[in-house]
Ligand binder design. Sequence first.
Ligand SMILES: C[S@@+](CC[C@H](N)C(=O)[O-])C[C@H]1O[C@@H](n2cnc3c(N)ncnc32)[C@H](O)[C@@H]1O
Length: 351
Amino acid sequence: MRNAELKIEDVAFGGKGVARDEGKAVFVPFTIEHERISARIVREKKQFAEGELVELLEPSPERAVPECPYFGRCGGCSYQHISYAHQLEIKARQVEQAMRRIGRLANPPMRPMVPSPLPYSYRNRITVHAQDGIVGFYRRDVHQLLDIERCPIAMSEVSDALAQLRARPVRDGHYTLRAHSGPRVFVQTNDGVAEALANFAAEILTGEEKLLIDAFCGAGFFSKRLAPQFERVVGIDWDRFAIAAAQKDAGPKEAYVSGDITTELRWLLQQSDLATTALIVDPPATGLSAEMRRAILDSPPRTMIYVSCNPPTLARDVAELQQHFAVISITPFDMFPQTAEIEVVVHLKSQ
Ligand SMILES: C[S@@+](CC[C@H](N)C(=O)[O-])C[C@H]1O[C@@H](n2cnc3c(N)ncnc32)[C@H](O)[C@@H]1O
């Protein structure tokens, strides 16, 4: 292992600072662009190397004091050492870069990043793990549990639930602690940003479409809020419990189908009047499968809103969707402050 003096040039998607050493990229966590640092090189590969911060020689004015005592050891957060305003700048830049490099957009139509009303205390659920009497999160880079008494990015109700869990003997396993009661299905993690996300979707869908297809609908987060703007909304998800929850309080315009998007979406689009159809997709981090992209390109709806929690897979899919769609806007939402995660909404129009 050797030490190197480095100048950080950028912060890569995933949260690590990037420097160049003898032409090779070196990734160093917990650093900020323009900082001069001394690093220990801990892994050396042919194409790149990885380092650990040893000393800050010239710190960035954007440095902030982390609120969490576990920051740096816990695998959850990557950005608590950066001021919140600058986290937003870094994430917006990362989305734009992904859209240029992978999404094949020469001038990505970026809209300003939507910040979280709360930079801490925003998570409405966390999943902790218990093993041999330790209750907490996995450590950074090691599959080993770190004992966690509190998580400053979680809402106070979640922290209370953690304290209650820890107060009794805990069996080995995984425990999801939630601020809100309700069915055990996917819910957006940050209530304030989720509200902004739904309002933004409502703004984009200006009333020219009659049918809304909400693919990956979960318990109907988007379709329930947007139903008043449409004649009909159809949600699809393969989680039977989420579909049952969506059906429970469904109004007369809403229909929910339990099934795989790959098959259901192709069929639904083929049945629809595409000129008056809007499609929302909100897939998991893997993005759309090749078959889903094909189904959309074979029957392109007038308007499409792509909600993503993973910019690289989003950019890959947008590159292909441009065969039939124009990219109208790209809007990052900071659903997960202090972490390297980014939520992005892309508005596409069939052409
Ligand atoms: C990111 S969540 C979005 C949920 C919802 N839009 C919301 O805002 O609450 C992704 C959802 O996709 C569903 N899902 C993932 N892959 C699927 C597939 N191939 N077919 C159907 N549903 C799928 C999951 O069950 C999950 O509810």
